[in-house]
Design a protein around this ligand. Sequence first.
Ligand code: HEM
Length: 215
Amino acid sequence: MAGYAAGLWQQRLENPGADLISMLAHSRVNGEAMTFPTYIGTFILLVVGGNETTRNSISGGLLALSENPEERRKLLDDPSLIPSAVQEIVRWVSPVLHMRRTATEDTEIRVQKIRKGDKVVMWYASGNRDEDKWDDPFRFDVTRYAKPNVATQLGFGAGQHSCLGSRLAELQLKVLFEELLRRFPDIHVSGPVRRMRSNFIYGLKEMPVAYTPEG
Ligand code: HEM
């Protein structure tokens, strides 16, 4: 992938088009021309950020729907609930488990004192189960986000670095589940699931499914 990205960089530096790589290659960062290492870093961020996350929320969402057939029934009966289900899937799965920040000033969160310079790990998977924010947070509920005044899920992070691709991700998940449930309404997990060993990405390595093909 790095070789492919490097080739694109050279190509688009010489012959820019209206694409994202041309934009990156010709962009300026704090007044300076984009450097190759920064470009490669950004390329990797986009490829990993836009791949592991949507892939695992789609498979994790299908697993949640298989484990909660009554929730799946609600989506089959009323597909207008899918946008709400998408938020719930990202909350439930939390495909990115954590990010880390460095505190810029002393502060306190509940009883935990944090000093300037401390490294703080933000567990989205935990924040997304906060009993003070959601009723019954350990329940997978596809109608949760169709109700008023529900706390925003934290799967896309929060603040300055919150996910750049969240709107694209929401659209991908919405279209995927609309089409999948319309075409294969009985699709379900049909065997043991193998998870990825990672404390950063909630991932599924293997998840067999069964469905009736379109007639
Ligand atoms: C369900 C899918 C996705 C989830 C759960 C997700 C989650 C996240 C999280 C937790 C962060 C870090 C936020 C922070 O540090 O505060 C992030 C950042 C980012 N995401 Fe996503 N993401 C998803 C899809 C995507 C897609 C589709 C793209 C691009 C095609 C993308 C591109 C990025 C980029 C570029 C950043 C870095 C933003 C920054 O540091 O300013 N993500 N994402």
